[in-house]
Design a protein around this ligand. Structure first.
Ligand SMILES: [Fe+2]
Ligand SMILES: [Fe+2]
Length: 125
């Protein structure tokens, strides 16, 4: 899976790591394995990904903090609702919904956010 690279390297690192976990999850779904643990790990990784961006946006008073956080919260709530769903449901959700969402999120609000972090010389502490 290909994702757009942004102007702020720490965000790319987080995204690339997430894509790796997502590919592992999709592979296990294709093999019809029990994905309970992998799904939990993936959800925890998404939580960390979003918290990383939100903490940095707060730290530097990013003007679009709230719309960005709202996009995160909406998709996280969807992920929480996946627990216990069967593999066919999960496969359909990830392929038809989550992946297009992630692509679009990175192409739009994450791109603007990364541009802002780059412009102000944001630092990870
Ligand atoms: Fe992101
Ligand atoms: Fe984001």
């Amino acid at each position: 899976m290909e994702i757009k690279m942004l102007n702020f390297e720490p965000m790319n690192d987080v995204h690339l790591n997430e894509v790796k976990l997502l590919e592992k999850l999709l592979k296990e779904l294709d093999e019809n394995k029990d994905v309970t643990d992998t799904l939990e790990k993936f959800i925890r990784d998404v939580e960390k990904h979003f918290a990383f961006e939100e903490d940095l946006m707060k730290k530097y008073d990013f003007f679009a903090y709230f719309p960005h956080k709202m996009e995160h919260d909406k998709i996280l709530n969807e992920l929480y609702s996946l627990r216990g769903k069967d593999n066919e449901y999960l496969k359909k959700y990830f392929k038809e919904h989550f992946i297009p969402w992630l692509d679009n999120h990175i192409l739009t609000i994450d791109t603007v956010t990364a541009g802002f972090f780059y412009m102000i010389g944001a630092e990870i502490t």
